[in-house]
Design a binder for this molecule. Structure first.
Ligand code: EPU
Length: 424
């Protein structure tokens, strides 16, 4: 297993280009299942999760072309879906595989998708996905670890779906299923994340009739068929990668320019960084970030968009670890998303966890050690902590990081960080 070796203590200086959003690319790739015409996506990030999704779609018979000269452009041809199923071997490595369920049911009338099972950050069931698709008339059984779903004769029908909690991939599954259902679907309590909006805009460009995306009530009028959009759909910039680099500069100090980024998707994170004393200036597609000295302590609570994202909790916590005072961090989305705390403690951080809240007592310095990545965003926080810590930090099990960051160590090296990948 590859590791990252980091020699901390250097401020960051330079420019990086932000990649397309992982969590928009994954549903957008699945939208290809909804049409018999080839769909072209641009700004597709080069990540392990994208590779897994492409493997899964290829398993179903989707033909995929990824430009050699332009690897961020992908064309998917789902004119023939030969196997509407997602096998356990692929689903177990990536929960987002459940995103094929809605489009397969809508286009093929049947789907067999492995249950995702456990996950490091919490139990993460898919009961709401099932409940919503049942409301659209699907018959769903769980057999031998698989969700076996069948649409009624004549196809899925529009329904009013109110989920028990806000679910991002649930909302995306319903959007894709409803786009080809008969009649109107109304999603109440819908997720408002920019990635949901990106998917809705792609579907609209394919001929879907959707309004209200970006609010908690989305209305979809089903259509008979979807088509290839006239122009390739460009995936939005990754707000979590952007936020991760903002936190890296906020913690390590220095000055960086992030290109191809959207500050308007990160209001809650930028507010907290400014409260911590980090200077953030947003221009058109560019964010400048500057920091010197110790951060001020900042307390925050994760919640659904537009509030502070759970996917930024671990990275922002690193600023608290070296802040001049005590911060409180509350996690409200996932029940087990403080696994980075014990690893940060190995670097000298002083953190107490009480249920869903972590109390972070800032210390003047962290000191390098060997730590282990446990999930994607936890890994990013350990890398940031390694940039700050004195001496050498080794982050083990970085396959988690590779799932969701496009060559993070290469980008950090471009900012002057002393970081290298040690191949297994
Ligand atoms: N939930 C249920 N039942 C369901 C669906 C969700 O109980 O049927 C619960 C979850 O267990 C969780 C909460 O509802 O406690 C919210 O989960 P949600 O469904 O919104 O999460 P998700 O769609 O599985 C996406 C992102 C995650 C991100 C969350 C929250 C993708 C592919 N994944 O997951 O991203 O943390 O929304 O914003 O979009 C990451 O990129 O590192 C990542 C984990």
């Amino acid at each position: 297993m590859d590791k990252l070796r980091i020699c901390g203590g250097r401020p960051l200086e330079g420019e990086v280009v932000i990649a397309g959003a992982k969590n928009a690319a994954l549903p957008d790739l699945c939208a290809a299942l909804l049409t018999a015409e080839p769909l072209t996506l641009a700004n597709v990030p080069r990540l392990q999760d994208v590779a897994t999704m492409l493997k899964l779609l290829a398993h179903m018979g989707v033909r995929i072309e990824r430009g050699d000269a332009q690897p961020d452009v992908v064309t998917l041809d789902a004119s023939r879906i030969t196997a509407p199923e997602a096998p356990y071997d692929l689903v177990k490595t990536m929960r987002a595989s459940v995103l094929v369920l809605g489009p397969l049911l809508a286009r093929c009338g049947a789907a067999r998708v492995s249950l995702p099972g456990g996950c490091a950050i919490g139990s993460r069931p898919v009961d709401q996905h099932i409940k919503g698709l049942q409301a659209m008339g699907a018959e769903i059984a769980v057999e031998h670890g698989y969700i076996v779903a069948r649409a009624p004769a004549g196809g899925l029908r529009g329904a009013r779906i109110t989920t028990d909690m806000i679910t991002v991939t649930g909302t995306e599954n319903f959007l894709m299923a409803a786009a080809l259902a008969r009649g109107e679907t109304v999603l109440e309590n819908a997720a408002q994340e920019p990635e949901v909006v990106d998917l809705a805009e792609l579907l609209i460009a394919m001929g879907a009739k959707i309004d209200g995306h970006g609010t908690s009530r989305i209305r979809i009028q089903g259509v008979d068929a979807l088509h290839a959009p006239r122009a390739p759909h460009r995936i939005i910039p990754d707000r979590i990668e952007t936020g991760t680099f903002l936190c890296a500069v906020g913690a390590a100090g220095g000055h960086a320019r992030l290109r191809g980024a959207r500050a308007d998707h990160l209001d809650a994170v930028i507010d907290k960084l400014r409260e911590a004393g980090v200077s953030v200036d947003a221009g058109d597609g560019v964010i400048d970030v500057r920091m010197s000295g110790r951060p001020r302590p900042v307390s925050f609570r994760t919640s659904e968009y537009p509030a502070f994202p759970t996917d930024m909790q671990a990275q922002m916590m690193v600023l608290g670890c070296i802040a001049d005072g005590t911060s409180r961090v509350s996690e409200t989305i996932f029940e087990n998303r403080f696994m980075h705390v014990n690893e940060l403690a190995r670097l000298g951080a002083k953190i107490e966890v009480d249920g869903h809240t972590a109390v972070v007592h800032g210390v003047p310095r962290l000191s390098g050690a060997t730590v282990m990545a446990t999930d994607l965003r936890a890994s990013a926080s350990l890398v940031i902590a390694g940039l700050v810590a004195d001496g050498e930090t080794v982050v083990d099990r970085i396959y988690h990081l590779d799932r969701g960051y496009d060559r993070m160590e290469v980008k950090l090296r471009a900012l002057g960080a002393d970081i290298e990948r040690v191949k297994a």
